[in-house]
Write a protein of this length. Structure first.
Length: 505
């Protein structure tokens, strides 16, 4: 089924109560920037009226509407502008939480036996294995009985038509390094709390990646992108990751906090000068004070497109067999990109040779195995030999944290091998490579597997070094005997062409 998009708000921070609304029902979400003035003789849960640009809208205190005490809000409160009875209305919340997509299967109706005639909470949304439960608000039940007059009294007649006469754009406003920025809602897919990211993909301004519904999403630090200075990446309750789309790429942007979602009339956006910075679409002078830099996302990440695409092509492939369901792997198809690994020193593998990256586990030892032959693994029904690259290239064994070690599943001419490495360093883009001019005596027996090198620049300290690129095909062809995967056992026994099989006895 098609997934649905929702916006969640923190209704009561102290009790952890969250309310969800269909994203299509939320025009914008903004702070309480103007004084809310009382509306005499209104229902007790109507906080009052607030001017919103050229309109005046009623503000509903949802805590009072739902009977939650205490019902006060602080200066950090947010207002979600929604459509009720064909007019706009504001709902008070403690904070914006996130924007998320879910399948209808995650939505459960509230048992009618538990409900009164007031059915404002229509459904429950269960996330994270029901560890997080949100209440879905039914706006049709927001006002008790026929209270259209409450809305009409606080709304300018024909407000929707007035909006239609002007050209408006919706922006998500966020804070980063003390500055406010805005991105078009058209580019925004989701908003998520800051959470642990996979730093295996860290390189340059890319902090790492998230796995979202089977897709690998590269994550960029907004501070590095916008002001050239990395932010502190420690998680806290204010930080968010905004999932954006540009040039057919989805990526995450780590920001300090999400401030509001706001409609801005196009004719009041101040244009950038002709020589203005690429990536800026204009400036909005916020009525609440301060200026918001509106971003051109396509222009902003244009120089990062290749790297983002190389990471975004990696898809999380979870096997259907439950016995290997936890074996997270990545299918990688890319050009001129390298996976940098460590085995005592840095080496590189072409990403086009890499099929998967899996955890260091499930290795079956072979009887009387010696040297670099670590054993075999069962890779979804395929028996794959494991090569210890540290031993293969003559580096001594040292105690290592097993949690850092990885198995790189590589293919060469329909043959598969698992390469054991100490750790993953990063993914690195490099168009140019060089023929290996000379090689250490340590590598002389393996020189056919190290026929070129690249210049690698460490993103943290800026140091440049030459990194040898492992020729996976030569490693398999010249140093291992592995039958073609489509060959049957009978074929391997009758056609063992071992002319280059120097290590197998």
């Amino acid at each position: 089924m098609d997934e649905k998009l929702f916006v969640s708000f923190v209704l009561d921070r102290e009790n952890g109560l969250e309310i969800a609304l269909p994203a299509g029902n939320v025009f914008e979400a903004t702070g309480v920037n103007n004084q809310i003035r009382p509306l005499p003789s209104s229902q007790g849960f109507v906080e009052g009226l607030m001017q919103l640009r050229d309109d005046v809208i009623p503000i509903v205190n949802l805590k009072r509407r739902l009977g939650i005490a205490p019902a006060e809000y602080d200066n950090e409160a947010k207002i979600a502008v929604v459509k009720v009875l064909e007019q706009r209305c504001g709902l008070l919340f403690d904070d914006i939480r996130d924007v998320f997509r879910i399948s209808p299967a995650a939505i459960s109706p509230v048992n009618t036996a538990l409900q009164s005639d007031d059915r404002i909470i229509s459904d429950l949304i269960k996330l994270d294995g029901a560890n997080r439960v949100l209440e879905l608000l039914d706006l049709d039940y927001l006002f008790l009985g026929d209270d259209s007059g409450v809305v009409a009294e606080g709304a300018v007649a024909g407000a929707d038509e007035e909006i239609g006469q002007k050209s408006y754009s919706r922006f998500l406003v966020f804070g980063c390094a003390g500055q406010e920025y805005g991105v078009s809602v058209d580019f925004t897919q989701e908003i998520s709390f800051f959470r642990e990211i996979d730093e295996m993909y860290r390189n340059g301004i890319v902090e790492g990646a998230l796995q979202i519904r089977g897709h690998t999403i590269p994550v960029i630090d907004a501070g590095a992108l916008l002001v050239g200075s990395r932010s502190e990446t420690a998680a806290d309750e204010e930080r968010r990751i905004i999932i954006l789309t540009a040039d057919d790429i989805s990526f995450g942007l780590i920001v300090d906090e999400v401030r509001e979602i706001i409609n801005i009339a196009d004719d009041i956006i101040l244009p950038m000068p002709a020589n203005g910075k690429v990536g800026a679409a204009g400036v909005y002078n916020h009525p609440g004070g301060g200026n918001v830099m509106l971003l051109d996302i396509d222009g902003l990440v244009s120089s990062q497109t290749t790297q983002l695409k190389s990471i975004a092509r990696i898809k999380k492939d979870v096997a259907e067999d439950e016995t290997v369901a936890d074996n997270i792997s990545h299918n990688i198809i890319t050009e001129n990109c390298y996976l940098i690994v460590s085995i005592g020193k840095k080496f590189a593998l072409e990403l086009s040779d890499v099929q998967e990256i899996i955890e260091y586990e499930g290795i079956l030892s072979l009887p009387a195995a010696t040297g670099f032959h670590r054993g075999v693994i069962n890779l979804r029904g395929l028996v794959v030999p494991v090569v210890n690259l540290r031993e293969f290239y003559g580096y001594p064994e040292i105690p290592l944290d097993p949690a850092l070690k990885k198995l790189i599943i590589c293919r060469g001419k329909s043959r598969t091998v698992a390469l054991e490495v100490d750790s993953i360093v990063t993914i690195f883009k490099r168009e140019q490579f060089y023929t290996t001019p000379s090689i250490k005596r340590q590598f002389s027996a393996r020189k056919d597997t190290l026929d070129r090198l690249i210049e690698y620049i460490d993103s943290d300290d800026g140091l440049q070094e030459h990194v040898l690129v492992i020729n996976v095909y030569n490693l398999i062809q010249n140093h291992l005997y592995i039958p073609l995967e489509e060959d049957e056992d009978s074929n391997s026994s009758g056609n063992n062409n071992n002319n280059n099989n120097e290590e197998v006895k």
